[in-house]
Ligand binder design. Structure first.
Ligand SMILES: [Fe+2]
Length: 296
């Protein structure tokens, strides 16, 4: 299995970044990082300086996604692969690299409509990660901070961008009829041992938000339950209660953030193996559970 990339961080833009602090901090159990040099609030789920950046602005959605090359060779290989696939790479300014706290950065426009940042040398935080709410910590070593699921009308272009441009492998896919005439198609992509670092949902039309959800995986199953209790007590919508996904086997639930996008907190997903041969269709989202508990 190829391992050149890991999900480094995502940027979210909302009118009032402080409004997400109780959600990321008190419900999910992330730890606040230092604000960036350009003023974004940051959140950590491990020893890295920043994993989620929340900037002020009208978008109310995903603003960018960053993939970290595991070393300088991988950076060049992936940059070259993107160029060969016809994508225009723009070298990141020094100020931008400083705000992102990385040694190097190039940007490319992803077909789903946000910049994709390919970065090298992300900074570690001054303090090791510790969360009182998530005593077991988050699973990030060698697999990136979690996963991101993006809804897009540019589904096939985004598929080609991930596979041919960035070199992701397709893990499996989901095709189901939710209701007569309403189909759901989701494709799952890996770039390391995590079952998927990115998934794409085919949007029938331009949705208000591209960002469907972010996923954070915890090391201890009980930390999923504790997060569920906090989500329940918060009064926030819980679009999916506890359940287990059929394809990645993740035990998880989903809570909606005050900004609309969702966060999945999970544990125990299976990993991509050297001889991955599950390039196949699933016809159910969950083996059990994930019932809608509290709708927005
Ligand atoms: Fe997910």
């Amino acid at each position: 299995m190829r391992h050149e990339l890991e999900l480094a961080y995502v940027g979210i833009q909302v009118p009032d970044p402080a409004s997400l602090a109780p959600f990321f901090g008190d419900v999910i159990g992330l730890e606040p990082g230092e604000p960036t040099t350009d003023g974004a609030a940051t959140w950590r789920d491990d020893d890295r300086a920043q994993r989620v950046l929340v900037e002020a602005g009208p978008l109310g959605d995903l603003a960018y996604v960053a993939l970290e090359a595991v070393d300088a060779d991988a950076f060049e290989v992936v940059a070259q692969r993107l160029r060969a696939a016809g994508h225009q790479l723009v070298e990141g300014e020094t100020e931008l690299a400083a705000a992102r706290r990385v040694a190097r950065l190039v940007r490319v426009e992803a077909p789903w409509g946000t910049p994709l940042e390919l970065v090298l040398g992300p900074e570690a935080a001054a303090q090791p990660f510790a969360s009182a709410l998530v005593p077991g910590g988050f699973l990030t070593d060698g697999v990136g901070f979690g996963h991101v699921v993006i809804a897009t009308t540019a589904f096939d272009e985004s598929d080609a961008f991930l596979r041919e441009g960035l070199g992701f492998g397709r893990s499996d896919w989901l095709e189901i009829e939710l209701a007569p005439g309403i189909d759901l198609e989701v494709r799952f992509y890996h770039c390391n041992g995590r079952h998927h670092s990115v998934a794409l949902a085919r949007a029938p039309f331009e949705l208000p938000q591209k960002l469907h959800h972010l996923m954070f995986e915890v090391n201890d199953r009980d930390d999923v339950g504790a997060a569920f209790d906090r989500a329940w007590a918060s009064g926030l919508p819980i679009p999916n209660g506890l359940g287990r996904h059929d394809n990645d086997g993740m035990f998880s639930f989903y809570v909606a953030s005050p900004a609309g996008f969702q966060v999945e907190v999970g544990h125990g997903a299976r990993t991509i193996t050297e001889d991955w041969d599950d390039d196949r269709r699933y016809d159910q989202i969950s083996a059990w559970g994930h019932q809608p508990l509290r709708q927005p």
